[in-house]
Design a protein around this ligand. Sequence first.
Ligand SMILES: C[S@@+](CC[C@H](N)C(=O)[O-])C[C@H]1O[C@@H](n2cnc3c(N)ncnc32)[C@H](O)[C@@H]1O
Length: 296
Amino acid sequence: MTGHDPVLLEAVVDGLAPLPGEHLLDLTIGRGGHALRILEATAPGGRLIGVDRDPAAHAMCRTSLPADRTELVHGNFGDLPTLRQSIGSGTWDLVLADLGVSSPQLDDGERGFSFRFDGPLDMRMDPTRGETAAQLIAMITEESLVTLIKELGEDRHARKIAAAIIRARAEEPIETTGRLAAVIRNAVPVTGSSKLDAATRTFQALRIAVNRELEALQHLLDRIGSLLSPGGRLAIISFHSLEDRKVKECFRTLSSEGDHLLLTTRPIRATDSEVRHNPRSRSARLRIIRRLEEPA
Ligand SMILES: C[S@@+](CC[C@H](N)C(=O)[O-])C[C@H]1O[C@@H](n2cnc3c(N)ncnc32)[C@H](O)[C@@H]1O
């Protein structure tokens, strides 16, 4: 299995400024890279609850994170009332959400996230529930598909791509990443100037839709104040302008209400050297907020 380089790791640790004994709720534990560094700083007493909707994420965390200070939970931060049944009703000193998919998810062809491998067109972060990308494509109307590719993929060829997908599915159901990528590449004119594969934006849009990523984030943001202890810090890393806009608005509202302080007036971005080392960090934006001990 391949690894996952935690993005903006130093900025997350500097910004959250974890102290010995503080407790961390990592809502997207992934391979536990951020959590491990934070646990080092909160030793010996600081505990971690590591949530992920992908059960595969927990297997590696079980070997890499200190078992006596860690509890791993299968759950979705987009359904906090259900998640609370596992994580309890408490508050945390440190809360982290590093959104989107992990490199191990992208690099496993059987998960269907990437057009770099031919595999089943699945794309569910939680393979135990919900509709796959193949099922979504089989049922969606052409107009809804245009909107999905335009809004979640920001692809100016949305209309052409949607029409080609609808034509192709009439011939035969689209059930693999390879076939979907080929349909998209055939539909989009090759300009030579773009470095992006023609399928990139549509794959991103489908992944966001299949996992209801924006709905999950909004649900979390609407309830985020209830997770932080007085003095607690919350960091969110987003990878899409639609996500970042939601985080920015939520943090602005919380700070204008007087009981939270914005620690990042502008989002923190990866340095050129991090982007060269880890291209996934190119679109990452980190925002951090602190709950005040005493409301202003
Ligand atoms: C970018 S990775 C996190 C990487 C992690 N910070 C690390 O250092 O390894 C995002 C993870 O969040 C999980 N995830 C995404 N949306 C989620 C949600 N709504 N609820 C729970 N987990 C989610 C994904 O399954 C994935 O494992």
